[in-house]
Ligand binder design. Sequence first.
Ligand code: GLN
Length: 551
Amino acid sequence: MPTDPDTGYDPSLGRKFVFVTGGVMSGLGKGITAASTGRLLANAGFDVTAVKVDPYLNVDAGTMNPYEHGEVYVLKDGGEVDLDLGNYERFLGTDMTFDHNVTTGKTYEHVIERERAGDYLGKTVQIIPHVTDDIKRRIREAAEGSDVCLVEIGGTVGDIESMPFLEALRQFSHEEDPEDILFTHVTLVPYSKNGEQKTKPTQHSVKELRSIGLQPDVLVGRCAERLDPDVKEKIALFCDVPTDAVFSNPDVEDIYHVPLSVEDEGLDEYVMERLGLTDEALPREQRSTEWRELVTRERTHEIDVALVGKYALEDAYMSIYEALKHAGIQMETEVNVQWVDADETRDHHLERLEAADAVVVPGGFGSRGTEGKIDAVRHARENDVPFLGLCLGFQMAVVEHARNVLGMTGAHSAELDPETPYPVIDLLPEQHETEEMGGTMRLGAHETQIEPDTLAAEVYDATACTERHRHRYEVNPEYIADLETEGLRFSGRTGRRMEILEREDHPFFFGTQAHPEFRSRPDRASPPFVALVEAALESTDTTERNADATI
Ligand code: GLN
């Protein structure tokens, strides 16, 4: 049978789908549960990929406020997506594409475009089958080339927005071989006042799922502790699954420990068995143990890194926290991130900035907090504190140099002060002429040439690097000659674009127009982050951790 162009159905492919839904409430960590399952399948030798379904009407996450949704994660192909995709890339060690984030906005936009083009031959265009077909096609296309595709449905079962997606999953269960699909439902098992684990919310959310025709195969209970055996039995009985299909996902100190925790419960074995993968899986003793080794590696030193941003919310800078953690794994160092609020209207946390062993100034848009960021750059420059500037942080390092070293009073980025006498950061002349605000961002992976014999060449140990970008403004070419005086040097360039800056008069001062945090992985820490941690360890008398301390 040929592939169905509307739904992407092709029975000859035989790939497996693990669908993951969530019940009771959002924020349970169903993405981490799914990613952990994926990690274990990858350890057993399978090619695993993931699709994140976001039932919101936005076409992509590009315009979403980080305070509400957390950071906008940027993929290699320039897709601006939900931060969960970052977790999948980090847990699975793969690079995904924009097609791995399916949103209501994308689906409806496409269906409406087809309707306008007359593709539906005069038929009434409906959620079933037209929208659900498009959802199935997208999921199947994203799964291409993998052995197992995890499909996480954002939101909670019962939300109006997620209905068409759940209906599409129901249709999957009719179209695909039963051995090729598995439904996992992640729910909350709260404690009552007298310390009992309560199953009623789980029962209700499974009832809700079943009312729309979905029967879960696996239930994962999020709870502070592991589920008691009799609680598992009760859930199994009321939700109509075998007792050994009920798993706990207890709180752990670090999300990277979730794969280890669910492996202890045998979730991976159960999933493989249900999907008929047991015979193909690597025998246990041949499975990769790299993840376990990385995440349990001992930390012998400890440093404090000040993160100077404007959103007092960890999720808004998630990939930076993660990249610092990866650098910490490589350097066997516990990296404590100290939040410093850059917003001048609020408490500046100056004492935290001054006590830090290193300073990171992250990316951002809009003028709020920029003066605080410039002050933080100055503090790092004047006091020889290791510094890493990312995107807007790089731009603010240029502004700080212009203002405080070169005496260009009022220098700024034209984005933040259109009237500045010294627009050291600006749109390039061709951007001024041809482009409007919308859709003009420079996005995704771009290669940068690195000058030999520079800090950048040492950091990357290469003559070029490829990092992901998300910005509109650039170092103004008219000021480059002036700026490259008094210690500052642009050591990475892409054509006329300045990409990396460093200072000759400083132990470690590194700014990049890119976002290296998006390429960082637990087993492949980002070079600028590793170099920052290394510099912090060298330049300060950091705490030697006691030998039996673990992470
Ligand atoms: N707002 C700046 C620009 O558009 C920096 C963007 C960022 O930090 N991601 O160039």
